[in-house]
Design a protein around this ligand. Structure first.
Ligand SMILES: C[S@@+](CC[C@H](N)C(=O)[O-])C[C@H]1O[C@@H](n2cnc3c(N)ncnc32)[C@H](O)[C@@H]1O
Length: 207
């Protein structure tokens, strides 16, 4: 099958990328694993006993990192609309988060210490559509966090720099005691992706 130009560029970049090489060497399923390693080194969000939900978990790099940080006592909940190979001590839920929020009541509310979201939509090639999809995904993750985080819990979420950034930050600052924006070194410099780090959920506004 003939590759498109952008597929060729992507392949070339993958071959040169140090984090792709490192993830293979260390047995991580994705280079994204290093972003969570960096985030946790800096903000110390996940510890041995944290109860964690990983949204948009597939293929499982972040879940692998969480599993390594823990003592296997806790079950990590990983959710994705794409299937994922099993990981020890992880319960995988195959679902779209928008469906999950509407119909699934199997998880206990206000129970989890950490909600992670590395969810992203595939690019459509249209700037405005991509931006609208990215915003929709961000708010799905935020709604999930507000419903399932316990008091003082933390929310780590990928989002893309855009016009809504200010509004997102203003809103989230009312719910958490510390809010930071962080771009890990392993996040590609040419990507608009950044991570919202929100610590100390106040759980004041019950929806
Ligand atoms: C960048 S990948 C996540 C990589 C993962 N953190 C890792 O370390 O391997 C983004 C994931 O978000 C998932 N995703 C996007 N929108 C979603 C939605 N509405 N519900 C569930 N998963 C979603 C995609 O299926 C995809 O697997």
């Amino acid at each position: 099958m003939k590759r498109t130009n952008s597929q060729n560029i992507w392949l070339k970049r993958q071959k040169k990328d140090v984090f792709v090489k490192l993830s293979k060497a260390k047995g991580y399923r994705s280079r994204a694993a290093f972003k969570l390693i960096e985030i946790n080194k800096k903000f110390k969000i996940i510890n041995q006993n944290s109860k964690v939900v990983d949204l948009g978990a597939s293929p499982g790099g972040w879940t692998q990192v969480v599993a390594e940080l823990q003592n296997k006592k806790n079950q990590i909940i990983a959710i994705d609309k794409k299937q994922m190979e099993p990981i020890e001590s992880c319960k995988f839920i195959y679902d779209d988060i928008s469906n999950f929020l509407k119909y699934n009541e199997t998880l206990e509310r206000n129970y989890f210490d950490v909600i992670l979201s590395d969810m992203a939509a595939n690019s459509s090639g249209h700037r405005f559509t991509d931006q609208a999809n990215a915003e929709k995904i961000y708010y799905l993750a935020q709604n999930f966090a507000l419903k399932y985080l316990t008091k003082n819990g933390s929310f780590v979420c990928k989002f893309f720099r855009n016009s809504l950034e200010k509004t997102i930050l203003q809103n989230i600052k009312q719910r958490f005691s510390l809010v930071k924006i962080y771009k890990p070194n392993s996040s590609r410099k040419d990507s608009k992706e950044i991570y919202l780090i929100a610590i100390g959920f106040n759980n004041l506004h019950k929806d």
